[in-house]
Design a protein around this ligand. Structure first.
Ligand SMILES: NC(=O)c1ccc[n+]([C@@H]2O[C@H](COP(=O)([O-])OP(=O)(O)OC[C@H]3O[C@@H](n4cnc5c(N)ncnc54)[C@H](OP(=O)(O)O)[C@@H]3O)[C@@H](O)[C@H]2O)c1
Length: 241
């Protein structure tokens, strides 16, 4: 456990990768807040995390969540923008709303929480922002034009934030997971799973904890000189991109 405890906020921390990330920081001694949308998550409160209701598509809810976190834990020093959705469909059948909803949650949501976090981080002249992208943002995927566009967008966003805020001691990095065993991938059928896993050099999906370990590294003192980086946690699936 570290001696210095930091104020950490994880969006979409009630399940899946976000919950594993929240657990990793909590176990290291940080003061962790996580967001949920419906019903306080039991798994999270069991970890001693502060659970705050927040839909990242609503700027008002984002601001209210930050105020709640700041009152309880102080200004956010580590932000993990993890909340994300898929609405898969082939391009020719893709409804405009399915495209815009995915961008609104995955990119605009990250923008809303990062902008709010940056205000305090710039003031404090230190801070860590980690965005959860995907290997799909680099490789593309049939049926995921909306999701791939959103996850690629996060990379350009992160690198711009890294350039803007580097001189203020704030780093901004991206973690790009491959296939992770969560509700998101449990929605795939056996054929889709086998096709994806068949392309992974390590021959298996990731555990959410393996993604969390990369996030924690990028937020750690050991990563003080890393910014604008895209760290793959994909078993080799996207290597070379
Ligand atoms: N699983 C994978 O293989 C994989 C691979 C690469 C990248 N990723 C990325 O990793 C992140 C987490 O994925 P996961 O696999 O853990 O997915 P998940 O199990 O489906 O969880 C998604 C999380 O995002 C939250 N969320 C969705 N829309 C939100 C909104 N508008 N406001 C606030 N929270 C919202 C969900 O909250 P609710 O519980 O309220 O729905 C949930 O906590 C996502 O950004 C995803 O794109 C996942």
């Amino acid at each position: 456990m570290r001696i210095v405890s930091r104020s950490v906020l994880v969006t979409g921390g009630n399940r899946g990768i976000g919950l594993a990330v929240a657990r990793a920081f909590a176990e290291a001694g940080d003061r962790v807040a996580l967001t949920y949308r419906t019903g306080p998550p039991e798994a999270a409160t069991g970890l001693g995390c502060l659970a705050v209701r927040c839909d990242v598509t609503d700027a008002g809810q984002v601001d209210r969540a930050y105020k709640e976190v700041e009152a309880a834990h102080g200004p956010v020093e580590v932000l993990v923008a993890n909340a994300g959705i898929t609405r898969d469909q082939l391009l020719l059948r893709m409804a405009e709303k399915d495209f815009s909803d995915v961008l609104d949650t995955n990119v605009m949501g990250a923008f809303r929480v990062a902008k709010r976090a940056a205000e305090e981080m710039v003031e404090a002249r230190r801070g860590r922002i980690v965005l959860i992208s995907s290997v799909v943002g680099l490789l593309g995927a049939a049926g995921q034009t909306n999701y791939a566009a959103s996850k690629a967008g996060l990379i350009g966003f992160a690198r711009s934030v890294a350039r803007e805020l580097g001189s203020r001691g704030v780093t901004c990095n991206v973690v790009a997971p491959g296939f992770v065993e969560t509700d998101m991938t449990r929605a795939l059928n056996d054929k889709q799973r086998a096709a994806m896993l068949g392309k992974v050099p390590l021959g298996r999906g990731a555990r959410a904890e393996e993604v969390a370990a990369a996030v924690r590294f990028l937020a750690s003192e050991d990563a003080a000189y890393i910014t604008g980086a895209v760290l793959p946690v994909d078993g080799g699936l996207g290597m070379g991109h």
